[in-house]
Design a protein around this ligand. Structure first.
Ligand code: NI
Length: 189
């Protein structure tokens, strides 16, 4: 089932997500629905807060970035209770977008290499180093679990310039072809 995606300004996007326990109700169904939602919206990553669940779960599918970014090919994984253990001092710029902020693309600086501890969908623990485009996608999604979105990381002046657009998104005044929940949308009379 395709789930609606919450838009910028929604309280769930600002909340700190909770750890997931193996007895979380219908976790398998939620993950399956999130895969469908991600494919439908042609994104490369989706965090549970974006489908209005404040839990530490995100999934990535780098394939839409292929062939521009060869390392994105077949990067399709579920991350549960991810913990960022280490990040390189070396930073890289990348123009990011987000399904919760349609039609906004901004350059964000992030470490280009990270070490991450996480559980897969079978609750098996992994510790792994990711770099380049893979580290980029993971960090963007991971940030959703801390109650942040990528425009929180851009220069304050750039963010100020975006205020009007961000407000319009939260009010539902944006052109998007997937279903969304807008926190400030006025009801039709
Ligand atoms: Ni995002």
């Amino acid at each position: 089932m395709i789930l609606p995606i919450v838009a910028y300004g929604h309280p769930t996007l600002k909340a700190i997500a909770q750890p997931v326990t193996p007895d979380y109700p219908e976790l398998g169904t939620l993950i399956q629905d999130m895969w469908e939602t991600l494919a439908h919206s042609e994104g490369v990553g989706l965090a549970a807060p974006q489908v209005n669940k404040s839990i530490q779960l995100f999934l990535v599918d780098g394939n839409p970035f292929y062939p521009d970014y060869p390392a994105a090919k077949d990067f399709k994984q579920v991350f549960i209770n991810a913990e960022l253990l280490e990040a390189s001092e070396e930073m890289e710029p990348f123009r990011e977008g987000c399904l919760s902020l349609p039609n906004i693309y901004e350059e964000v600086m992030r470490p280009n290499k990270i070490r991450l501890k996480y559980l897969d969908e079978n609750f098996q623990e992994h510790e792994e180093v990711f770099e380049g485009i893979r580290a980029r996608i993971i960090q963007h999604e991971y940030e959703h679990l801390q109650g942040h979105v990528f425009v929180d990381d851009i220069a304050p002046l750039r963010k100020t310039l975006l205020q009007g657009k961000l407000r319009a998104i939260s009010e539902g005044k944006c052109d998007v072809d997937y279903r969304m929940i807008f926190p400030r949308k006025k009801k039709h009379r």
